[in-house]
Write a protein that binds this ligand. Structure first.
Ligand code: CP
Length: 331
């Protein structure tokens, strides 16, 4: 499998085999790191990390992965580069491509990462846009593989929350052929374009895709219950009211976990999560709505079923796999 020079801008940039290859490589790199072996496969390479939005996991994963393999990173945080303000994204891509061997981009705009990818001449990786989060999907699939004895094609996953926020998961399930039930309020369905794309992919992979408003239907027999943050941290409190009123029946709680009927069911969340009042926003939510959790209750988040921190750690190993495989030198 040769991924040298490739971009990762959206989930569909990978074939099923390429996706699973990266997950396999990540598992090997994880073993290697845990055994204390270092290979310096990216020695002497330079990587730019463009973050137009904040990040804990994605930034840390890129930085640690690069350092583990001997590469250097330059962090360009919100407002650090002229990007799109005083210099076009296309010009920025052509400049950074002359200096760096790979570029990570996080920001709202999928167009921005696509323009970087088309013009940099070096691999560009999407570290989250409003449309796609492909590196998260690699970590999620590695985590599912770690926590299920079933072949991926027999795994079932129940997603609760805003259907439009599940685009990457929907297309990943469709690409890899697992059973995904999206359970969302009727007012927050998956994007029709993404659902159509997923159904086409599912026709080839055998994935079973369900979109429902009914938690009992979505949860029955699930191996994984998955949710995502309801409130983007940049959203002002005025937009919270509508989100909370639309989504409040879709909190993952003990009843939802029980509705799976699966004693081994696992809980997944890409994080960050508003599951208690230990954050500024969590406290504001409690004062505004009397809710001490949003998308998942604290008892589920802290339960033995929760694999969220394995999922977070797997961001490191999978992002390292992406960099190693796309930046790999000729043997
Ligand atoms: N899941 C995720 O992308 O986390 P960060 O926002 O911390 O990078």
């Amino acid at each position: 499998m040769d991924l040298r020079g490739r971009n990762l801008l959206r989930v569909t940039d990978l074939t099923r085999d390429e996706f699973l290859h990266l997950v396999d490589v990540a598992a090997l790199l994880r073993e290697e790191k845990r055994a204390g072996h270092r290979q310096n496969r990216l020695s002497g390479l330079n990587v730019a990390l463009i973050f137009e939005k904040s990040s804990t996991r994605t930034r840390s994963a890129f930085e640690v992965a690069a350092h583990d393999e001997g590469a250097h990173v330059t962090y360009l945080g919100p407002g650090d580069a002229h990007l799109g303000r005083k210099e076009s994204i296309r010009d920025t891509a052509r400049v950074l491509g002359r200096m760096f061997d790979g570029i990570e981009y996080r920001g709202s705009s999928q167009d921005a990462v696509e323009i970087l990818g088309a013009n940099a001449g070096v691999p560009v990786w999407n570290g989250l846009t409003d449309a796609w989060h492909p590196t998260q999907m690699l970590a999620d699939v590695l985590t599912m593989r770690d926590h299920s004895s079933k072949p991926l094609g027999q795994v079932s996953c129940c997603y609760l929350g805003d259907g439009a926020d599940a685009s990457s998961l929907l297309v990943t399930a469709a690409l890899l052929g697992f059973d995904l039930r999206i359970c969302a309020p009727g007012t927050l369905p998956p994007s029709p374009g993404v659902e159509a794309m997923a159904q086409t992919l599912a026709g080839r992979s055998g994935a079973r895709l369900t979109v429902t408003t009914d938690i009992a239907i979505a949860a029955a027999g699930a191996d994984f219950v998955y949710t995502d943050i309801w409130l983007r941290t940049t959203a002002p409190p005025e937009v919270w009211d509508e989100r909370v009123s639309q989504l409040r029946s879709y909190t993952v709680n003990a009843d939802v976990m029980c509705a799976t009927g699966n004693r081994n069911v696992k809980f997944m969340h890409p994080l960050p999560s508003l599951h208690d009042t230990q954050t500024d926003i969590g406290r504001q939510i409690y004062q505004r709505y009397g809710l001490d959790a949003l998308e998942v209750t604290n008892d589920v988040f802290e339960s033995s079923a929760s694999v969220v921190f394995d999922q977070a750690e797997n961001r490191l190993h999978t992002i390292k796999a992406v960099m190693v495989e796309t930046l790999r030198r000729q043997p």
